[in-house]
Design a protein around this ligand. Structure first.
Ligand SMILES: CC(C)(COP(=O)(O)OP(=O)(O)OC[C@H]1O[C@@H](n2cnc3c(N)ncnc32)[C@H](O)[C@@H]1OP(=O)(O)O)[C@@H](O)C(=O)NCCC(=O)NCCS
Length: 193
């Protein structure tokens, strides 16, 4: 019902527990590609777990501690962007993302992340937006760089997932840095037109 256009047939919309079957069908297409990096996709294995996952984000949204949005391309759910952490007391949040492989390479995640970060910074007064990625996850790190984030450091061997011990890179952008980069990008865009 409420959708934000990402251009070229893509939309960002809320995804809710009643959409569990659609979510599961999408996750089945994404599992092999995203599962090694995003536990949420690997842990969603059937209708019950899909509903539980979406309900947990609905509960977090109601408590204002997390949020989940889907990305649709030509009417098909192809990925998502979420606030894994939404800490209003510390004005700090963490964004997580995934796609199914057919939707990669089109800028959907960069565009969707910009929408949710704009909202977090401008509407919700977030000061710090974090992005955590395994050092081995080149594509995720490329998105953090494309968003103008700064690499804060590495939490060495801090996360074990599917038998792999990951070095987790912490990237972030602070509100003044986000606004400055965005204003510069917009000025460059208008000058080019
Ligand atoms: C991480 C992940 C979401 C990144 O997806 P992605 O498609 O590379 O990222 P984007 O959607 O922002 O697209 C960027 C690509 O589209 C291209 N692109 C096209 N139009 C673009 C636009 N308007 N804006 C930005 N990029 C654009 C970019 O050049 C880039 O292409 P490249 O792959 O040749 O470098 C994806 O690889 C994925 O789902 N991986 C598995 C799950 C995962 O790792 N999640 C992150 C956990 S930390």
């Amino acid at each position: 019902m409420f959708a934000i256009s990402l251009g070229e047939g893509a939309e960002l919309r809320p995804i809710e527990p009643w959409q569990a079957q659609e979510f599961l069908t999408h996750v089945d297409r994404a599992r092999e590609y995203a599962g090694p990096w995003v536990p949420l996709t690997a842990l969603t294995t059937d209708l019950e777990s899909a509903r539980e996952r979406l309900q947990s984000f609905a509960d977090r949204q109601a408590a204002d501690t997390g949020r989940l949005y889907g990305i649709w391309l030509d009417g098909t759910l192809v990925g998502g962007v979420l606030f894994r952490i939404f800490d209003t007391a510390n004005e700090s949040c963490e964004v997580g993302v995934w796609l199914e492989p057919s939707a990669a390479g089109r800028g959907l995640i960069t565009k969707a992340s910009r929408v949710v970060i704009d909202w977090a910074v401008d509407t919700r007064g977030m000061h710090r937006v974090e992005w955590l990625a395994s050092s081995a996850n080149d594509r995720s790190i490329a998105v953090a760089e494309r968003l103008g984030m700064t690499r804060d450091g590495v939490l060495r061997e801090s996360f074990v997932w599917q038998g792999v011990r990951h070095d987790m890179e912490v990237w972030s952008v602070l509100a003044p840095q986000w606004r400055k980069t965005r204003d510069a990008d917009r000025a460059e865009g208008s000058a080019a037109r």
